[in-house]
Write a protein that binds this ligand. Structure first.
Ligand code: HEC
Length: 108
């Protein structure tokens, strides 16, 4: 009998963390972008940051990046490009896919 009651707080704790994980996931493209890309590309994708100007980061909303296919964008993120670092080893395929979706949101 005692054991049944003891498990209630554990269940509540589990639900709490499960909910937090789902909430974090719904926005993960943006979160990944903010922590890995925004220092160069800017949170709006404009490239208007000191590092972005120094390295020559393009505006995601410009014709060139808009014209790239999802596959091409994934490749750039995974393999890097000139002064842009490669993320293929640091980010999962799912995270890279979410980044592409996030970039498409910025381009709207
Ligand atoms: C150190 C600065 C820096 C960081 C950090 C960075 N980039 Fe870049 N990115 C650049 C530069 C510079 C270019 C332009 C490269 C070139 O000259 O072709 C670029 C280009 C791009 C392009 C356009 C590629 C093309 O073919 O025109 C995409 C898309 C992109 N970056 C996405 C990302 C994403 C997503 C991240 C985070 C995972 C990221 N970048 C992190 C500097 C950076």
């Amino acid at each position: 009998m005692m054991n049944r009651y003891k498990s209630v707080p554990v269940t509540l704790l589990f639900l709490f963390f499960a909910t937090a994980a789902v909430l974090a996931q719904s926005n993960s493209g943006e979160t990944t972008f903010r922590s890995n890309c925004a220092m160069c590309h800017g949170i709006d994708g404009s490239g208007n940051t000191p590092a972005g100007e120094h390295f020559g980061a393009p505006d995601f909303r410009g014709v060139k990046v808009k014209g790239l296919t999802d596959v091409q964008i994934k490749q750039v993120i995974a393999d890097g490009r000139k002064t842009m670092p490669a993320y293929g080893k640091r980010l999962s395929a799912d995270q890279i896919k979410e980044l592409v979706q996030y970039i498409r949101e910025l381009q709207k």
